[in-house]
Structure formats: C-alpha cells, structure tokens
Design a protein around this ligand. Sequence first.
Ligand SMILES: Nc1ncnc2c1ncn2[C@@H]1O[C@H](COP(=O)(O)OP(=O)(O)OP(=O)(O)O)[C@@H](O)[C@H]1O
Ligand SMILES: [Mg+2]
Length: 263
Amino acid sequence: MSSENSHMVALRDVVMEFEDKKVLDDLSLTVEPQERLVVMGQSGSGKSTILRLILGILHPSAGEVFFKQFEVTRLRRRKLQQVRRQIGMVYQYSALLSSRNVRDNVALPLEELSEKSRKEIDTIVDEKLDLVGMKDARDLMPSELSGGMRKRVSLARALTMEPELVLFDEPTAGLDPVIASVIDELIISLTENAKVTSIVVTHEMASAFRVGTRMAMLYQGKIIEDADPETFKNSQNPVVAQFLSGSTEGPILEGSQDAIEKK
Ligand SMILES: Nc1ncnc2c1ncn2[C@@H]1O[C@H](COP(=O)(O)OP(=O)(O)OP(=O)(O)O)[C@@H](O)[C@H]1O
Ligand SMILES: [Mg+2]
C-alpha cells in the first residue's frame, strides 16, 4: 500500500449505507497535498457523510478510507484520536458548546489534546480569533453571536491544533458576501502559507470557484466529475451543467436519490 502514502486523503470504492439507504455507492476520490478540493452536490447527496468518513466518525459499509498512510477505519481509538488531531473540522452547524464562551470553545482542543499552559493556550486562541476577525468576541457566549460569527469561531477552533488537513462543511453558507470573501481568502491563505490541504463542501458557486483548485461533483453516490475549475465549468455532463446553472430543466430531479436504491 505504499502508493497510498503520497495522497493526503484517499477513498477507495467506498459504500455507505444507512439502514436500506445507499448514500455512497463505490465512491473513489483522492486529495493531494495542498489542494483545495471543492465538493459539490445536491442536498442529501452525501457531502457531509464523506467528511465524517475521513474523520472516522462514520465507518463505511465497504471500501477503504485513508488519511495519509493511515487507514482510518482500521485505527484503534487511541491512534484514531492522535490522527484526528491533524485534521481540523469546520462543521456545517458550527457545533459550539453553548455553556462555554468563545475563548473556551476555541481553547477546547488545546485543553483536551495538548499539554500547553493556560498562558500558551490564550496566546494561540487570540491569534486564531484575530485571524478570523473575532478577537473582540472573546468573552461572548455562543447565544450572543450571529450565525456568521459562530462559523468564524468554529473555524478558529479548527485551526488551533495547526492541522495538516482542514475539512470545511459549508463554510460560507448564510454569511454576508464580504465575510464570505474573508473566509474564502482565509482558506486560500491557509493552503498557500501554512501548507494546509483543504476539502470544502459548498453550494455557493462564487465561493467554490474562488477557492477551488479542483472541483468534484457528487451525484447518486458517485463522483461524476472531477476536474480543475476551468474544465469543470465547461463540463459536458448534463448533471454538472444543470447544477452550475441552477436550472430546473435537466436530469436532476426531486427524489433522484431513490435511483440508487432501485439498482
Ligand atoms: N447518521 C445517519 N443515519 C441515517 N441516515 C443518515 C445519517 N447521516 C446521513 N444520513 C442520510 O444520508 C444522506 C446524505 O446525508 P449528508 O448529510 O451527507 O448530505 P449532504 O450532502 O451533506 O446534504 P446537505 O447539503 O443538505 O448538508 C441523507 O439522505 C441523510 O438523511
Ligand atoms: Mg451536509
């Protein structure tokens, strides 16, 4: 399996079933170091599921999931926790602890996973909050934040462990265009300056084409297009074309996910 070592992430023939519903159907996908892979697809197509598989939160029904040389599905708990430290995750719904203020939410991974002193942790927290323009919100509670502010705190938290890979689940959804651009710029600078690799799930076309160095389209459990942004934009695949144009005319139909089950 030495060939797996060069990829940052590799999914091989992954099948993911929930009860009788097959969400991913023999899906294969690789991500190279310092790429920014944008994953697109309809709501419910399995985008968040892919991210959860990479984190080892979900186990595939079949197939293999690699993060660098580690086969995530085969790791024991201790090792999995170690490996997860190298992956930052910005959750779709921010997932902040409501009983802790912003500082404590961002400090959480450092407090749980590192041996750093409170002073060292405070320095890192301030640095990460500054990065996302949220330093002034340090002492606020999550309930006092807007959705966009929560997203940015969640991003700051994902960066505290200096991860090699960051997974972004809809990082700019619901943000105003200016803040969305700030987040996009941040994603780009992370890969360019800190050599981070990122996978970005997004519905926002402007964001997708701003940040992506490669785009993948998930449809009916498979990656149906995987290309550089320019090629992707001009895809002849009718599903991709319809998705990019947002047209109601085309192969994407309401309930098209059922098609996998009937096969
Ligand atoms: N833990 C679970 N148990 C049962 N079904 C699940 C589970 N997680 C996801 N699913 C199902 O898998 C499918 C894909 O879900 P997923 O959250 O990956 O979609 P998504 O592409 O991220 O959608 P969205 O764009 O709306 O966030 C959905 O039909 C969902 O209901
Ligand atoms: Mg999702």
